[in-house]
Design a protein around this ligand. Structure first.
Ligand code: COA
Length: 311
């Protein structure tokens, strides 16, 4: 059985930073309110999905020591592609000089976990190397006059190289779910801006994260005590706290970057994951739980054994 494992990773954030004080000049809010209710202090905006993704992918490929002709598939998780047609994946594929298939995957903020799980299946199906990118430019579809949403969102990208080089499985268990009945709680019409029922999303998010994480851990045959690092979707610190409490996982195990990124949708889990890895929070063999939720309402979780290439 071929097994995929992560061999390269990198992120990218656009230069422009928007602070809570900047937002207080735009809508009736305050740094104190945003910080207390969400945990967000600053976010990066004005990013383009194709540019952020290309930059992150180049660094991830360099780290993995993989050349463009060696990538078999490019999978871009995004909900805010630069254009409706073509898929941003195709534009990124050309920028990177790849000679392979490329497609966008829209599972909103659960997108990166959907993408990683999908990539692992393609490796099991015979592919050698897959580039998985999570990237969003939520600032391009944010209503900057709506204080109920504009305080939350930001832009970013994270890229991972997944290779058929593992001697043991690194994806131990996973869960992908969608609750389409709740689609009207968080949506964006073509050419329009994000509309959200924040309180309803909050409640559903906590339960969906708990359910997805429990299913993935059950499939992996592990209990929460065995998880070394949790990488939750970076939507709101209070959602993360509530979900982890229900899972009986201490907050010290959580990777959290949202204070400086906001909610970057499909980029949020890769941004937090790479930050944790770069800060030596995981060692080879450690179990990592990725768990996300988003518009749809989608949810997704994966238990991954951290198995980086030996240096
Ligand atoms: N600044 C100041 N006051 C604000 C505000 C802002 N930016 N936004 C809302 N308020 C006000 C409301 O008008 C309300 O006032 P009222 O009590 O006079 O009616 C009060 O603050 C409380 O609003 P409420 O909506 O209950 O706040 P909340 O604690 O639920 O926080 C969110 C709002 C949006 C931060 C929170 O619901 C949330 O994070 N939801 C999940 C959203 C999410 O994760 N979306 C992405 C999913 S991938």
């Amino acid at each position: 059985m071929p097994y995929g494992r992560i061999t390269g990773w990198a992120t990218n954030l656009p230069d422009r930073i928007l602070t809570n004080d900047d937002l207080a000049q735009m809508v009736d809010t305050s740094d104190e309110w945003i910080t207390t209710r969400t945990g967000v202090k600053t976010r990066h905006i004005d990013g383009k999905v194709t540019e952020m993704s290309t930059s992150a992918a180049l660094d991830a490929m360099a780290m993995a020591g993989v050349s463009p002709d060696q990538i078999d598939l490019l999978l871009l998780a995004t909900t805010s592609p630069d254009q409706q047609i073509p898929a941003s994946a195709s534009v990124i594929q050309h920028s990177l000089g790849l000679t392979c298939g490329a497609f966008d995957l829209n599972a909103a903020c659960s997108g990166f976990v959907y993408g990683l799980v999908t990539a692992m299946q393609f490796i099991q199906g015979g592919m050698e190397r897959i580039l998985v990118i999570g990237s969003d430019s939520l600032s391009s579809i944010t209503n900057w006059e709506d204080r109920g949403t504009c305080i939350l969102f930001g832009d970013g990208a994270g890229a991972f190289v997944v290779e058929n080089s593992g001697e043991q499985p690194s994806l131990l268990g996973w869960d992908l779910m969608s609750d389409g009945e709740a689609a009207d709680l968080l949506y964006c019409e073509h050419g329009d801006k994000i509309v959200m029922d924040g309180q309803a999303v909050f409640r559903k998010a906590v339960l969906a994260m708990e359910a997805a994480a429990l299913t993935a851990m059950d499939k992996a045959n592990v209990v929460s005590d065995e998880i070394k690092l949790v990488v939750p979707h970076q939507a709101n610190i209070r959602i993360i706290e509530a979900a982890l409490k229900r899972l009986d996982i201490p907050m010290e195990k959580a990777a959290v970057v949202l204070s400086s990124t906001g909610n970057t949708s499909a980029a949020s889990i890769p941004l937090a994951f790479v930050d944790a890895v770069n800060n030596d929070r995981v060692e080879p063999g450690d179990l990592v739980l990725l768990v996300g939720f988003g518009a749809g309402m989608t949810s997704a979780a994966a238990v991954v054994r951290w198995d980086p290439p030996k240096t």
